[in-house]
Design a protein around this ligand. Structure first.
Ligand SMILES: N[C@@H](CCC(=O)N[C@@H](CS)C(=O)NCC(=O)O)C(=O)O
Length: 363
């Protein structure tokens, strides 16, 4: 196969860091251990001999599943501007791919916010589009981890949450990030704006971005956050508690939000009845449904402050921003007075820094 028969992949990033710092992250074992591999992977072995003719070998492991090892030979090590090395996977199925070549070029410039480095990664020699595209996802995810490590903004340089902070679902995602201690950028855009429609075809918030990856649907976003980052797990740990968490998360997503927020709270916030008053007929149907949902949650909590397991989970993060609103309106107040465990558990959640730091400004 000649060079012209093969395919190339180019990935670029602008990183707020001097290029020496970026270069060091590629060639120092103690640094490459901290970032190499896609989101959710950990480097378990790193051997680097960064000089022309020297070799490297990196083994990375996902949270669950087999580890992957890649290695090769350095062709050019020109600090701090260029690094070229061959790339060969070991083991199946990737080991069947031919050796390819990676060239990393770093150009430093004075940016709006200080020194910035333009990173260009050229990965050449792929035999087919499928292999090239798989590496595109892998490199983009891997470079997110590099940016987290060296960019002055940390993970706020790659992660953005889009959505009005008053949205309960936006708050759930922001609370999840806060619980894990992950830095992010918040773009408080309204539903159905151009930015949201570019991420979510239905125009709903939140939207989420991590480098080139975009996501919508709160549960998918929280699960991604949980899997990609260290920090406390937001998913209950054993089969029983995990199933309970899923049950309550599903109850909230399929019925709870609809009755408590859409057909109750929002009737007061954006009244659509006669003379701009809340639509009584809609509220009167919602209230008994909310009552039976609160009874379920009250039993689920019992004397505890968590819906499932021994730690804060997705289910708690979905419910807390909803209960916050429910207690602001007359029928909601009365219903919560009849659900003492929900009230107590919510008061406990409301004391958490993740809840306080995501408090929306209400008009
Ligand atoms: N299933 C979605 C629901 C998101 C959602 O309904 N968001 C509300 C704000 S809390 C929204 O965007 N509403 C505008 C609309 O539905 O048009 C998720 O889990 O993220």
């Amino acid at each position: 196969m000649t060079a012209r028969d093969t395919l190339d992949l180019t990935v670029t990033r602008t990183i707020r860091a001097p290029r020496q710092k970026v270069f060091d992250a590629f060639v120092k074992p103690e640094l490459i251990r901290k970032w190499f591999g896609p989101r959710g992977f950990t480097v378990v072995d790193a051997a680097l001999d960064p000089r022309a003719g020297g070799r490297y070998r990196l083994t990375m492991k996902p949270r669950t599943g087999e580890s992957h090892t890649v290695g090769g030979e350095y062709h050019e090590v020109k600090a701090p501007e260029r690094l070229t090395f061959t790339w060969k996977w070991e083991g199946e199925p990737m080991g069947s791919l031919p050796e390819t070549l990676v060239t990393v070029t770093l150009v430093e410039r004075k940016g709006e916010h200080g020194v910035e480095t333009d990173l260009t990664l050229l990965h050449s020699g792929f035999p087919a589009a499928e292999a090239r595209d798989a590496h595109n996802g892998g490199w983009n995810s891997t470079l997110n981890d590099l940016v987290d490590l060296v960019d002055s903004r940390g993970s706020a340089a790659t992660i953005t949450v889009y959505g009005d902070p008053r949205s309960s679902y936006v708050r759930t995602v922001r609370m999840a990030l806060a619980e894990k201690g992950i830095a992010y950028t918040h773009d408080p855009v309204a539903p159905h704006t151009e930015q949201i429609l570019a991420i979510c075809p239905f125009g709903r918030v939140p939207g989420f971005r991590d480098g080139d990856l975009t996501l919508y649907e709160t549960t998918a976003i929280v699960r991604y956050i949980d899997e990609c980052f260290d920090g406390p797990s937001l998913l209950a740990g054993n089969a029983r508690s995990r199933a309970a968490m899923e049950q309550y998360a599903s109850l909230i997503n399929c019925h709870g939000y609809d009755a408590m927020v859409r057909r109750y709270v929002l009737q007061y916030v954006f009244p659509k009845g006669a003379n701009n008053t809340p639509d009584r007929a809609v509220i009167d149907v919602a209230v008994p449904q909310i009552k039976s949902q609160l009874e379920v949650f009250d039993r689920a909590y019992g004397p505890r402050n968590l819906l499932a397991g021994d730690t804060v989970t997705l289910a708690d993060l979905l419910l807390a921003p909803i209960i916050f609103y429910l207690g602001m309106f007359p029928e909601g107040k009365t219903l919560l007075a009849g659900a003492p465990n929900v009230t107590r558990a919510h008061a406990w959640m409301a004391e958490r820094p993740s809840f306080k730091s995501t408090m929306p400004k209400l008009g």
